[in-house]
Write a protein that binds this ligand. Structure first.
Ligand SMILES: Nc1ncnc2c1ncn2[C@@H]1O[C@H](COP(=O)(O)OP(=O)(O)OP(=O)(O)O)[C@@H](O)[C@H]1O
Length: 273
């Protein structure tokens, strides 16, 4: 179970979900989500395929808007466009293939500094290149800074995507199955790096995973997304909600088995793997 000490967690609410719901036309994806997340928490999200985990991250990022209820950051509704206070890393294809590793990190910040041109020049650019190099060192990619993404392994590409997100100094880091495609050994290295970054930079993290063990190991808190109501004739009539909200340090073997069984039951009912 979790080996993380939530030393970076404060008592200050950063994110608040009040009766939050999200639908696409008649398809209800999420309904009645209620929770408060303090600054510095590491929330891991598990649930069956299609239950709305990525949709929830998109609401936090601001690329999707809530349909009902509220999603607040610092007590204010999250703006409906991505801002530098939130960074995201996807399972794949987060980086630009035509840019070098170094330029991939630089561009993350260039769009923040010059929203019209997406470029900065002169002394500003020199400083940005230096900062990019520092981030590449932090994620262990200094030696690859002049390479292109196709020359990197899957793990290196995810390190690059993390550097690209972190150069904007986000307060909230959103990770959508970032290690799902990686080999177990590489995943272990990535876990270590993410935990170090989370603690050093006092990030609030939301991470989607399909691996319950990974969720327990990394998080300080684990959410299970599931449907409490199911209409077999109209599966889109009801959405998922947070059915388990557990402080991970207090999770015991019985809770683990209970969540595992619940997920298995949902998988069978929904016919998804
Ligand atoms: N832009 C969209 N328009 C219509 N429906 C959408 C849209 N985005 C997502 N959905 C639907 O919302 C539901 C939830 O999708 P989402 O990707 O959030 O699930 P998930 O839990 O992340 O799944 P997975 O674990 O397979 O990645 C799916 O049925 C999907 O088809």
């Amino acid at each position: 179970m979790s080996t993380n000490s939530p030393t970076t967690t404060s008592n200050r609410t950063l994110i608040e979900l009040n009766h939050l719901g999200k639908s696409y036309d008649d398809h209800i994806v999420l309904e009645k989500l209620n929770a408060k997340v303090n600054e510095g928490e590491f929330v891991t999200l598990v649930g069956t395929s299609g239950c709305g985990k990525s949709t929830f991250l998109k609401l936090l990022l601001g690329t999707e808007t809530v349909s009902t209820g509220e999603l607040l950051l610092d007590g204010k509704p999250i703006s409906n466009e991505p801002g530098p206070d939130r960074g995201i890393v996807f399972q794949k294809y987060s980086v630009f293939p035509h840019l070098s590793v170094r330029e991939n990190v630089v561009i993350g910040k260039e769009f923040v500094e010059n929203r019209i041109l997406g470029r900065v020049f002169g002394k500003k650019r020199k400083l940005l290149l230096e900062e990019a190099d520092q981030w590449l060192e932090t994620v262990g990619l200094s030696a690859a800074r002049h390479k292109y993404p196709h020359e990197l392994s899957g793990g290196m590409q995810q390190r690059l995507a993390i550097a690209q997100a972190l150069i904007k100094h986000p307060r909230v880091l959103l990770l959508d199955e970032p290690f799902g495609a990686l080999d177990p050994g590489i995943r272990k290295d990535m876990h270590k790096m993410v935990l170090e970054l989370w603690q050093q930079h006092k990030l609030t993290v939301f991470m989607v995973t399909h691996d319950l063990n990974e969720g327990f190991y990394l998080g300080t808190r684990l959410w299970v997304f599931d449907k409490v109501r199911l209409d077999p004739h109209a599966p889109e009539r009801f959405g998922s909600t947070i059915t388990f909200d557990l402080p991970v340090g207090k999770v015991d073997q019985t809770s683990y088995q209970s969540i595992d069984q619940t997920l298995e039951h949902s998988r069978q009912q929904l016919g998804v793997c």
